[in-house]
Structures are given as C-alpha cells and as structure tokens.
Design a protein around this ligand. Structure first.
Ligand SMILES: [Mg+2]
Length: 219
C-alpha cells in the first residue's frame, strides 16, 4: 500500500508517541481513559457516564481532552496529567527491530506528542527508545493547544529549528498529518487499516520498523 518515497532529502525524523512508537495495548489505553473519566467525574462533580461524554467531546473538539477542560472549566493541567499518566507500563514491551531501525536513521530524531513530558519520557524509556531521541515536544510545550492545531506545529518547528520540507512525520491520528503536510513535511500514517491514503498522506504502514528498514535499504 505504501508508495515508494524519495527520502534522500530528509534531515529530521519526527515521531508521534502513542500508537506510533508502540501498538497500544487495549488495557493500557483503557487505563488512561478510565483515569481521565474518574478525574473529570470527581473534579466536575459529574456522573461517570456524563464525564465520559465530556471527555470524548473535548478530545474530538480540541485534539486533547485536557485542552477542553482547561478552556471550558479552567482546569489546572499538572494534577490532571500526573494522575492520568500514572498507569502500569509493564504491558508495553520493547521492540528490538524498531530500536535498530530508528538508531540507523540518518539525521535528527524527535518525538512530537499530545501527551505530557512525563508520559513520553516514561513510555519511551520503558520501550528502550528514549536515548535515541534528541528530545520531545509535549502538550506543555504546545501551551496546551495540541495537534492538529497549526500553532502546535509552528512552536515545534521553531523550538527545534528544523526545515519542515526536510522532515518526515510518523503519526497514527490521521487528521494530525494534514497540517504537517501543508507545512511541507512528508507524512506517514501508522495504521492497521488497509485504506487508501488521503491527499495529505504520503505513505501508509502498520509496521513502522519494517517501513523504516525498507526506506533505508532503498536509499
Ligand atoms: Mg498517537
């Protein structure tokens, strides 16, 4: 399904975290989701089903549940992030093939996530990948205005001072690729779906490690 792309101009390799650098185990994601529901329910004095609806609505409208909670309810982000990301990471298993593939990439490697700084460091460290990255750009760095908001991408490019037309972005949330493409990045959608890519998707794969290895082999 992937097109053959010319990657010879790529200098900066940008990766989303959740569902991109690992395939989310259902129980791991459910844990975070349930903790969000519990936090919202407690802090806004809502029944769990009402809290869940709000959580989904804000995720859809803002790109991250927290951004809606801050905008509409003035919620303090730090206690929310600490609480929801305090989950059992033992279900995440390191992928040696992915480590090898990322380590071989020529150029800068950066994580670009709507999760928190603590979350990406914990997860990447648990996956045995953290040392391969120059750094990350998290929701705190986006001033809580996450992907797919254009400002998040602009702040990211500015902070790491790279040329987006010489960057490639790997991401499982398809809508997050649109702005990246508009800024000139090459885009790869990480998905198990066998679906025709949209205009702003350059390639599709369900196997990030294999795709990277293939791309490097092709030169
Ligand atoms: Mg993701």
């Amino acid at each position: 399904m992937s097109k053959t792309l010319d990657l010879s101009h790529i200098e900066t390799w940008v990766f989303d975290l959740d569902n991109t650098l690992y395939r989310a185990d259902v129980s791991f994601f459910a844990d975070i989701g349930e903790k969000m529901t519990a936090f919202i329910s407690r802090h806004l004095a809502l029944q769990p089903d009402e809290a869940r609806m709000l959580q989904e609505e804000y995720f859809h409208d803002y790109g991250a549940t927290l951004s809606g909670l801050m905008d509409i309810h003035g919620m303090d982000p730090a206690p929310f992030l600490d609480y929801v990301h305090d989950v059992d990471l033992s279900v995440l298993t390191p992928n040696p093939a992915l480590r090898t593939a990322i380590a071989a990439l020529p150029g800068r490697r950066i994580i670009f996530t709507n999760g928190s700084r603590g979350h990406y460091r914990n997860v990447a460290n648990h996956l045995g990948l953290l040392d391969l990255f120059e750094g990350g750009f998290a929701i705190e760095d986006m001033h809580y205005e996450p992907k797919p908001k254009r400002r998040a991408y602009e702040l990211f490019v500015e902070a790491y001072d790279f040329d987006p037309t010489r960057a490639i972005f790997f991401e499982d949330t398809r809508r997050n690729l649109e702005v990246a493409k508009a800024m000139g990045m090459t885009t790869v959608w990480i998905t198990a779906e066998d679906e025709a890519p949209e205009g702003y998707v350059d390639a599709v794969t369900g196997d990030l490690a294999g795709w990277l290895q293939g791309a490097l082999t092709r030169g």
